[in-house]
Write a protein that binds this ligand. Structure first.
Ligand SMILES: [Zn+2]
Length: 358
């Protein structure tokens, strides 16, 4: 069995993926057809070509086109169903999905009905595919409090229904501060939500410090530029604050010039909690398996290291403790079978979450 096949079959967890950025060309085509919206291409091959990353402006154009075809609650249900099928194909057992409900609120869509439709689709994915999906509605820094308020309310309602796990923060960290949203995160915490924030991607360590201090971020979206500040690295290590790393996204958006210069391995060796993610798989033409494989090729990671990264993401997730233990146990069992059957030897996964004696 090749390493690529092993990685594909490896049970995985994804903690940083945007629902709109995961919209496959086939889904965009179907939604545009339903709503009679014209697109730059009329078939999947043409759209795939149009999706191909060129520069940031083009990336935003595609992202907005993917958001604009979502018009009715049933469109969101379709998007969830297609996303669940993609995650199942990749053997991603559990996903925490960023989602910008504020955009759709601004578009005048009935966000209560969207929540209901998404809940139904999430329950169906779990029942039919065994794929568990949870949502992280994001406040967008640039847009300000006008959409932050309905985003928070939607997050609280979704949390009560059991499908939202955290409130997120996204947008242009380099020019828009995080501090104005401190109150929203405080309120979210009061309602039992977790808090995550994009930081340390387009801005340096100060941006990471801001989301830790002002928003109480428990996990950092990207966070790779923490590598520039030894004091911050120590704080993240001591606090066991996980970083959600998205290698291909970082390369395409110019956060690192190439994988050799990417800080993933240095962060891992510094003892930080890191996970592997796609960010916007459709727009960056990647899959979670491909992300694992790229890292393995860059730093000669063994199947043990890769399985360790997959299991570590369970620990970083916002599942309740019992859910984490159950998922880790089931993944370990699957990994053991996979190793015996395809590598012809057991994997030594001592000291990882779900390991005997822990
Ligand atoms: Zn992101």
């Amino acid at each position: 069995m090749s390493l690529a096949e092993f990685v594909r079959a490896l049970p995985k967890v994804e903690l940083h993926v945007h629902l709109e950025g995961a919209m496959a060309p086939r889904t965009l085509l179907e939604l545009a057809r339903r709503r009679r919206i014209s697109l730059p291409a009329a078939d999947v091959a043409g759209l795939r070509e149009w999706f191909r990353f060129r520069d940031f402006d083009h990336f935003v154009q595609v992202y907005l086109a993917c958001s604009a075809v979502l018009r009715d609650p049933e469109d969101f249900a379709l998007l969830i169903a297609e996303f669940a099928a993609d995650q199942e194909r990749e053997n991603i057992r559990y996903s925490e999905i960023h989602f910008t409900i504020g955009t759709h609120w601004q578009n005048g869509l009935p966000i209560d009905e969207i929540l209901e439709a998404m809940e139904e689709a999430i329950r169906a994915a779990e029942r039919q595919r065994g794929v568990v999906l949870r949502l992280i509605p994001d406040i967008v820094r640039d847009v300000g409090s006008a959409t932050a308020d309905p985003t928070l309310e939607w997050a609280i309602e979704g949390h009560e229904r059991g499908i939202v796990v955290a409130l997120g923060l996204t947008g242009r960290e380099a020019v828009c501060p995080s501090e104005p949203f401190a109150g929203h995160f405080e309120e979210a915490r009061r309602h039992g939500l977790h808090c995550v924030a994009h930081a340390g991607e387009h801005a340096g360590p100060a941006s990471v410090l801001a989301v830790l201090d002002a928003c109480g971020a428990e996990r950092i979206g990207h966070g790779v530029r923490a590598i520039e500040d030894a004091g911050l690295i120590e704080r993240l290590r001591a606090g066991r604050t996980p970083l959600e790393v998205c290698p291909t996204s970082n390369l395409l958006l110019g956060v690192a010039p190439d994988l050799a210069a990417h800080p993933f391995d240095r962060l891992r060796r510094a003892g930080l909690e890191v996970s592997v993610n796609t960010d916007d798989p459709a727009l960056f033409d990647t899959t979670l398996s491909r992300e694992y494989l790229r890292l393995a090729e860059a730093w000669d990671y063994t199947p043990e290291v890769l399985a360790g990264l997959a299991l570590a993401a369970v620990g970083h997730s916002f599942l309740p403790d019992a859910g984490k233990a159950a998922l880790a146990a089931s993944m370990r069992e699957e990994i053991a079978t996979l190793a015996e059957r395809h590598l012809g030897r057991p994997l030594v996964l001592q000291g990882l979450l779900g390991a005997p004696g822990r």
